[in-house]
Design a protein around this ligand. Structure first.
Ligand code: FE2
Length: 377
């Protein structure tokens, strides 16, 4: 009898262990790189697996829809099975339309002896009929846009919540993270504990993130992995997008000190990077999308015309001549940790608003007019 009891205990322990080890969604989902016809959904799991998103228009008919599209995380026709950071791009969506979605990851084990693959448990954010997430694509016809800016959060997730408590996130088109969201990027936890878990709980499952890297995100042993968490179609941290005829240019400042500074351990190559970006920017401002826009807004963490540091000066030399000729209406920056507003002057053909580290900024754009209000806790 004792033998059976022992066997039962072992079996029970195995069952419990199996349950404990079932694949789990650990962070997200959240939305990146929104356009009027697509979006990239990002989430992570504690184990690698095949990942997909299911979505459908947010209509009563789609509620029980069995034929909802499944979009897999795949590269060159092959589903990825070895990743724990999952990125699925939905394409061919309608402008200004609402969609429901859920995300799933299934464990896949490969047995090298038998050369067989076994598909295991599925982790999902919800069932199809319960607790699905929703989002709305950018509306090409929208006449009034609004967005919120967080910058220089430096891992203070609770500050994000306090400073934006009066903001109605559902009224926003996107949320800009304008640099220095962490002190550095040494591991995945710094991204999620520092700000993204809070962003997901506040808005990021339904309102897209626009990510502009700060100089502090260029530091740390995990810094090269950051783009996985904030993917763009181009694979770059500098890019352009539009909502209707309002055009946004996201720039990447690089580091503030010279590449040779002891703080960068010989790993900085930002002078060449800013020059590469200037080349891209020249082409970008010559595009029809940029030239035909009614309003042109630029996001850049380090303000180029303020302070006398190497990074600011090099941005002034490489990017500002192009922007000054391009008909930019306004630039939003951070970095100084202190609010200041700089009307157009001899160095900048457009006003520059610098948000401090003690506030977020609510911006509205309508009829070619840009308004902003600073929100403090
Ligand atoms: Fe900062």
């Amino acid at each position: 009898m004792k033998k059976f009891k022992n066997l039962f205990t072992v079996l029970l322990a195995l069952i419990v262990a199996t349950e404990v080890q079932a694949i789990k969604i650990t962070h997200g989902p959240y939305l990146c790189d929104m356009t009027s016809d697509g979006v990239t959904i990002v989430w992570t799991t504690d184990k690698p697996g095949v990942a997909w998103a299911e979505y459908a228009p947010d209509t009563p008919e789609s509620f029980y829809a069995e034929a909802r599209p499944k979009v897999f995380e795949s590269v060159a026709g092959r589903k990825l099975a070895t990743e724990t950071v999952h990125r699925v791009r939905l394409k061919g969506l309608k402008s200004g339309a609402s969609y429901r979605y859920r995300v799933c990851t299934q464990e896949v084990a490969y047995n090298s002896k038998t050369r067989t693959t076994t598909h295991g448990a599925v982790a999902s954010t919800s069932t199809w009929t319960k607790n699905r997430f929703k989002f709305k694509t950018f509306d090409e016809k929208k006449k009034k846009l609004s967005f919120l800016i967080f910058n220089d959060v430096h891992g203070r997730a609770s500050f994000m919540r306090e400073t934006s408590k009066a903001v109605n996130f559902d009224s926003l088109d996107f949320v800009l993270m304008n640099g220095d969201m962490s002190n550095h990027v040494s591991d995945e936890a710094m991204i999620f504990k520092g700000y993204m878990d809070t962003a997901v709980s506040m808005f990021a499952t339904r309102i897209p993130i626009v990510y502009a890297r700060g100089n502090h995100e260029a530091r740390g042993t995990f810094a090269n992995d950051l783009i996985k968490y904030f993917p763009t179609r181009s694979g770059n941290f500098y890019y352009m997008f539009s909502i209707g005829d309002v055009c946004f240019t996201v720039l990447d400042c690089g580091e503030d000190k010279p590449d040779s500074d002891v703080e960068y351990y010989g790993l900085a190559d930002y002078d060449a990077y800013r020059e590469e970006q200037a080349e891209w920017l020249s082409k970008n401002v010559a595009s029809d999308e940029f030239k035909n826009a009614s309003t042109r807004i630029v996001f850049l963490h380090i303000p180029p015309t303020v302070e006398d540091w190497h990074g600011n000066n090099h941005l002034r030399k490489t990017l500002m001549p192009i922007l000054n000729r391009a008909g930019v209406n306004m630039m939003f920056c951070g970095h100084t940790h202190e609010y200041s507003y700089h009307p157009a002057n001899s160095e900048s053909a457009f006003p520059i608003m610098i948000n401090g580290n003690d506030a977020c900024v609510l911006v509205t754009v309508a009829n070619g007019k840009i308004d902003f209000s600073v929100k403090k806790p």
